[in-house]
Design a binder for this molecule. Structure first.
Ligand SMILES: [Zn+2]
Length: 664
């Protein structure tokens, strides 16, 4: 037909223009993202003082993802691609082009553009007032962060010395120091940090955040973050949380009553609660969770699960340094994508969590870091879409979806069969059953409390952002924190004062903490699925590939709920986590024994599983401690040996089981 030739040429040009726009968007994004993330890492790791450079890079990044022109261009190109697809359906196919291949290319292009539309819609600041407030907010946070680096709380450590302490050191000492007054010194320092935050700009930042949210048409900042991050309303969130809180109330009360019955009314003091419920076991676990071998155990365990990294480079920075950011995180300077042949190479993600090898529990913490942040890295490295917009960690990527992946991995560390196989002294002595039992006996009663210690944060933040500016004073906000701790955690003061939680300060993580609890619910749903289907989790080779296919590959192109349905066949449910929290010690121990028996019957796997397919670099700031070279077995072994030697040389040998038992 005569008209078709011209129409096909026009369609071809339209598609070509859309493709060019899409390719350019992908390339530009990667450049601006990488510059920001590299400076983020350097300033947070205290290897750079370039806070202004980081501020500028962050402003550039924000400008990119909230650019109204990019949004309208994306809309226009997407509409053109979709209408080209519709007319192609009526028979107008460019001559000489394979119809199936052309349709696939159009579909891929439309998919990618829809991904960008999601990013711009989640981040757009579409008026001048909003843009001005955003710039002001970034500056206010930069100032607070720079001041915070110079503020060093002090406490009394286990040798009786007063020392400057990081957040990790404070909470470890508050939970494990055998001397009550020394534990108390750590709690008081955390509480002092609350005051410091309230008197050094946090309240002004809260007010600014609310003004920004209102300029963008939301009632307040909490509601805005929730809608953008989890695609949930406050009513939906608190529907889930209220239900969870109701289901776990009696389990928490039972635990508090038991502590008071055993240790007296002071057992619920914030510096006693964690000590009485966990201190002894943490200390006894220490010899079986040495710091040095943590790296080796993580790699072996992940390999046997069939987790792979598709050629990613991972930089692990595990050790404490002055000025280094104190919470663990994983970030990806170069998001995964496969749109251009030249960009298929994956660099990063990188992980870090502060650990101090000379404190009790530091080996377990290192293990936790590797499993948790390594889980994030596995997720982001396995997104297999055609644009970096699907594999970047910010909105519209749901935080709960992202944390489901990392928390599923770290949940394995608590399993009896995992402990039996991997928790060993440096001489290879396996953890005794009795200690596994005692661990359950101390942790299980506290599980409801632990989850509710997460729930308390969104209850607090929602109320904080709902307050009128003039009502928000240091005193009223401290009172609100204590009220929420009482209501949700059932104690006058919680062991971890809410305002000492660093997530509240940073714009990326503020008003997002509920993601951890929602993720935990999804983790228990996922665990229940594998346990039902395969009977076990530890070293289960089917897990890595199943997660990669159902949860990781789509990135943010699917909702959290949709990924859960792909794997487990059912939508988001809080039931499995609430049931796990409500188990008695006897019930939990019976399940653990079943796992141990089943594991014994299966026997230990003789193979190591497939290689990680990752370039692993263990660093300490700018110093390279060890790496896995070409990724072969010998190079991997050499990395483990070098890391263990380095740790041994700098921190000495971990305690023996007898010494750890005697120390308490
Ligand atoms: Zn995480």
């Amino acid at each position: 037909m005569p008209g078709n030739g011209a129409s096909a040429v026009h369609t071809g040009q339209t598609l070509q223009a859309a493709q060019t726009f899409f390719d350019q968007l992908n390339r530009d994004y990667v450049a601006v993202h990488k510059r920001k993330e590299d400076l983020f890492w350097a300033t947070y790791m205290a290897t750079s003082e370039d806070h202004e450079g980081f501020g500028r890079a962050e402003t550039d990044y924000k400008a990119f993802i909230s650019d109204p022109e990019k949004l309208s261009a994306t809309r226009a190109h997407l509409a053109a691609v979709e209408s080209a697809a519709a007319s192609a359906g009526k028979g107008s196919i460019p001559v000489g082009v394979d119809a199936g291949a052309a349709a696939d290319a159009r579909q891929a292009l439309a998919h990618g553009l829809r991904g960008w539309l999601g990013v711009f819609e989640a981040n757009i600041v579409d008026n001048d007032e909003g843009r001005r407030l955003m710039a002001e907010l970034i500056e206010a946070e930069r100032v607070l962060f720079a001041k915070r680096k110079d503020f060093a709380p002090t406490h009394v450590n286990d040798r009786g010395d007063t020392e400057a302490a990081t957040l990790t050191m404070l909470s470890t000492n508050a939970a494990t120091n055998p001397d009550e007054s020394r534990r108390r010194s750590s709690y008081e320092a955390l509480h002092g940090l609350e005051r410091w935050v309230l008197e050094n700009g946090f309240l002004e930042i809260v007010a600014l955040r609310n003004r920004l949210a209102r300029a963008l048409g939301f009632p307040d900042y909490f509601e805005m973050k929730l809608r953008k991050n989890e695609r949930m309303t406050k009513a939906e969130l608190f529907g889930v949380l209220d239900d969870f809180v109701a289901r776990t109330a009696s389990a928490q009360q039972r635990a508090h009553d038991a502590l008071v019955a055993k240790h007296g009314p002071d057992a619920l003091q914030p510096w006693n609660l964690r000590f009485h419920s966990a201190g002894d076991v943490t200390r006894r676990m220490d010899p079986y969770m040495p710091f040095g071998p943590a790296l080796r155990r993580w790699v072996r365990s992940f390999r046997r699960l069939g987790i792979q990294y598709r050629g990613a480079t991972m930089r692990l920075d595990l050790l404490q340094r002055p000025g280094k950011y104190q919470n663990g995180f994983c970030h990806g300077p170069l998001p995964t994508w496969s749109g251009l042949a030249s960009a298929v190479k994956l660099i990063s993600p990188a992980c870090h969590r502060p650990c101090s090898s000379n404190h009790v529990g530091s080996g377990a913490r290192a293990m936790m870091t590797l499993f948790h942040e390594g889980g994030h890295a596995a997720h982001f490295a396995n997104v297999t879409q055609n644009s970096p917009c699907f594999s970047q960690e910010f909105a519209p990527t749901s935080m709960a979806y992202a944390e489901t992946q990392s928390m599923f991995c770290d949940s394995l560390l608590g399993d009896a069969d995992w402990l039996k196989r991997y928790a060993r002294t440096v001489d290879g002595q396996a953890i005794p059953d009795e200690l596994i039992h005692d661990r359950i006996a101390s942790a299980q009663p506290m599980r409801a409390f632990d989850e509710r210690a997460i729930a308390v944060v969104p209850y607090f933040e929602a109320a904080l952002y709902a307050m009128a500016d003039e009502d928000r004073t240091p005193e009223s906000v401290l009172a609100l924190a204590r009220t929420m701790e009482r209501r949700i955690q059932g104690v006058d003061r919680a062991p971890r004062p809410i305002l000492a939680i660093p997530h509240l300060l940073n714009q990326e993580s503020a008003a997002s903490y509920q993601g951890y609890l929602l993720a935990h619910m999804a983790v228990y749903q996922t665990r229940a699925f594998f346990l039902r289907r395969d009977g076990y989790l530890t070293d289960n080779a089917a897990i890595g590939p199943a997660l990669a296919q159902a949860y990781w590959a789509p990135g943010n192109s699917l909702s959290h709920d949709a990924t859960l349905r792909r794997l487990t066949g059912e939508g988001f449910s809080a039931r499995y986590l609430a049931e796990a929290c409500d188990e008695t010690v006897e019930q939990a121990w019976a399940k653990a024994r079943d796992l141990l028996e089943a594991s014994e019957r299966r026997g230990e796997r003789t193979d190591d599983g497939p290689p990680l397919d990752a370039h692993v670099r263990v660093v300490h700031g700018a110093e390279l401690l060890a790496d896995n070279g070409d990724g072969g077995a010998a190079a991997e072994q050499a990395m483990f040996d070098r890391f263990e030697q380095w740790i041994g040389a700098h921190y000495g040998a971990p305690p023996s089981p007898t010494a750890a038992a005697a120390a308490h």
